[in-house]
Write a protein that binds this ligand. Sequence first.
Ligand code: C6P
Length: 419
Amino acid sequence: MAISAAQPVTTPLDVERIRADFPILSQRVHGKQVVYLDNAATSQKPRQVIDAMSAVYLEHNANIHRGVYEFSEKTTALFEGAREKVAKLINAPHSREVIFCRNATEGLNLVMHTWGRDNISAGDVIVTTVLEHHSNFVPWQQLALQAGATLVVIDIDEDGRLRRDQYAAAMARHPKLVALTHTSNGLGTITPAKELIAEAHAAGAMTVLDGAQSVPHAAVDVRDLDADFLAFSGHKMLAPPGSGVLWGRTAILEKMRPFLYGGDMISRVAVDLSTWNDLPWKFEAGTSAYVDAIGLGAAVDYLQAVGLEEIHAHEQALVAYALPRLLAIDGLRVFGPKTLDDRVGVISFDIAGIHPHDVAQIFDSEGICVRAGHHCNQPLMTRLGTAATTRASFYLYNTFAEIDALVSAIGSAKRLFKV
Ligand code: C6P
């Protein structure tokens, strides 16, 4: 869908009511009302999540799966309940397929160190894309180097969409593994993951989907996508840092060896032999970040009460409002798709004559939080011919007025630098 500034933009969300749940959004920075536009890096947390976590510490904290007393049983029930909530969120066939880990990075590395090391060997082909965050690029690059496999990296077109012709050519090489992002944190591009996964399966490949920027912002359904693995981070979806998820199909997870060894992941340990716990605990060695996982469960409740489809529509409205206003600014270049159909509320841009770090500092003096840098996307930055961009990224609590503040701050930066 093409967009213009003349188009009226409306949102299905009661944003003021949502904002009341996020005490941090009423903070002032340098004497100005904070405008938080760095949601791709991490999201803010609603009172409901903070309260759910405080309640564990204040009322019944105890280690999970280990105690036969009330505190431990209550905490364990909430932890396993959070797993059920996450499974429902992504429409997983079984909650045992939801493995709690620290973040998307750890989930992706789990697949690399277990399935990857056991299945990739010399001469094999691994396919990934130039859109990837380092977390879904470096593990496969290193696996290819260690195994003597070939890493094929799919390029993008000038609008930041994946080159389907290159992808089709790569599938003709019968890759063993395809690792791709669902949504780019650098450009906001939504990849056609369902179609790409179908093509990968037809070519005989295993698929790993990076959902770090998709699961927080839209309804993601692993059955519909037909993915094999999906990784995402709780801290980008209203939950605390330390709460991450790797989802995988039972049949694949059952065959994989454990990632980390230690407590809770074993069935029986003898001096000469150990056997492993059932899924998902086989992959959850040591004391889990159980309070964080409970926080993730509360975040899932919150997101579902607001509605993932409504959140996506709200962010699309913010992009529809922001893009034409940004594109109208002399000397400002927006990277990535310029239409609404296949992009989310992540807008990377460059202002001619001002370094992104200077832009971010000027924004900070006006209370506006954005990220400037390579966004852990160095292959993408190289492809774009730049070392860094300024990136504004939206979430359910952002307003049209905050985009006006962003546009006005760009004006301040241009005046200051006389560009
Ligand atoms: N992107 C950003 O500012 P972790 O750090 O494991 O929670 O998430 C890693 C990750 C993986 N994939 C994508 C698409 C991501 O965007 C991220 C995190 C943040 O863009 C921090 S670098």
